[in-house]
Design a protein around this ligand. Structure first.
Ligand code: UFG
Length: 329
């Protein structure tokens, strides 16, 4: 029996594939390589294609005995989602519909879904728990929330059991040093700060220093990508053991400001990192910190690599050894 990982060549997907392989699972990856990298897939069988291509997808299900699906394939840039919402509805919402229809046809009853803290929008309180208000402030978060809801209705109608995992800020790289973060364009804080440390950028722009936080810069909850990967395996295990469907936050429960992240990166790298203060970025909430209590209690998850120093050090190792990311692949 195999686990199908859609978007398994992407940043978080490739770490989940690595964790599945380490556990000895059979893995089938589907990725259209729009954002993903062939080299990021460390093993298993890779099908290059789009989940919206019904013939392609039905072939993947016909050729493999798929027992469960981990669904990462999606567009995930907040800024782009506000420029081109249609792309997000097509790739994310319609893509998920195609996948669920195929799962139903093939009688596959388990899905672990890659969701996001962006489903909450501007939080009413900190830390955020799974019962807090969901009111996304961008199209990306809105489509992820729609996908969560669609999956729930397939559970109600067809008994497809799900676990939706709402990630906070993924960072870091695999301990083997073989896979890490390589987005194009890069918009995330940690890789951009490390590119500045490497001299690939002249400075890091800090978006806003007048937020109601300890030092005026935004607070986020950084969680190691391998801890996220572990949670997917635990979620799948829960479903295989007949566990209930559910939604879980994945974060460390600790918040760090943008300034603190830059300071830790200076310590870890021993390099100069110039910071320039710029106006706020539209749509950024002041603070996003998870309560991961439910995942810890019900999935048995532990964010083991939870020191920001270690998360940034693992990302640094990747950036130093792969200054051009995966390069041409
Ligand atoms: N930031 C800067 N300068 C930069 C980049 C980011 O100051 O050059 C700041 C942002 O303003 C934010 C923090 O660093 O305060 C983190 O920004 P990221 O872009 O790294 O991450 P976000 O918190 O915006 O986004 C993350 C996920 C998204 C998810 C979102 C939920 O990456 O997928 O959380 O709000 F949608």
């Amino acid at each position: 029996m195999a686990v199908l990982v859609t978007g398994g060549a992407g940043y978080i997907g490739s770490h989940a594939v690595a964790a599945l392989l380490e556990k000895g699972e059979q893995v089938v990856v589907v990725d259209n390589l729009a954002q993903g990298h062939r080299k990021a897939v460390l093993g298993g069988k890779l099908y290059v294609g789009d989940i919206r291509d019904a013939e392609f997808l039905s072939n993947v299900f016909a050729e493999n005995e798929i027992d469960g699906v981990i669904h990462f394939a999606a567009s995930s840039l907040v800024g782009e989602s506000m420029q081109d919402p249609a792309k997000y509805y097509r790739n994310n919402v319609y893509g998920t519909l195609c996948l669920l229809e195929q799962m139903h046809k093939s009688d596959v009853k388990r899905i672990v879904f890659s969701s996001t803290a962006a489903a909450y929008g501007e939080p009413e309180r900190t830390p955020i728990d799974e019962f807090d208000r969901t009111l996304p402030t961008n199209t990306y978060g809105e489509t992820k929330l729609s996908m969560e809801r669609m999956i729930r209705w397939f559970d109600v109608a067809h008994g497809i059991k799900y676990v939706s995992l709402r990630y906070f800020n993924a960072a870091g790289a695999h301990e083997s040093g073989r896979i890490g973060e390589d987005h194009s364009p890069e918009t995330h804080l940690v890789p951009l700060v490390l590119q500045a440390a490497l001299g690939q950028r002249s400075h890091i722009s800090v978006f806003g220093d007048d937020y109601p936080t300890v030092d005026g810069t935004c607070v986020r909850d950084y969680v190691h990508v391998s801890d996220l990967a572990d949670a997917h395996l635990l979620a799948l295990e829960r479903l295989c053991n007949g566990g209930e469907s559910g939604i879980f936050n994945l974060g460390s429960g600790q918040g760090f400001t943008v300034k603190q992240v830059i300071d830790v990166a200076r310590q870890v790298t021993g390099r100069e990192i110039q910071a320039k203060y710029e106006p706020r970025r539209a749509g950024d909430p002041a603070a996003l910190v998870a309560s991961p209590a439910r995942a810890i209690r019900e999935l048995g998850w532990t964010p083991r690599r939870d020191r920001l120093e270690d998360i940034i050090a693992s990302a640094w190792q990747w950036h130093v050894n792969h200054p051009e990311g995966y390069g041409q692949d």
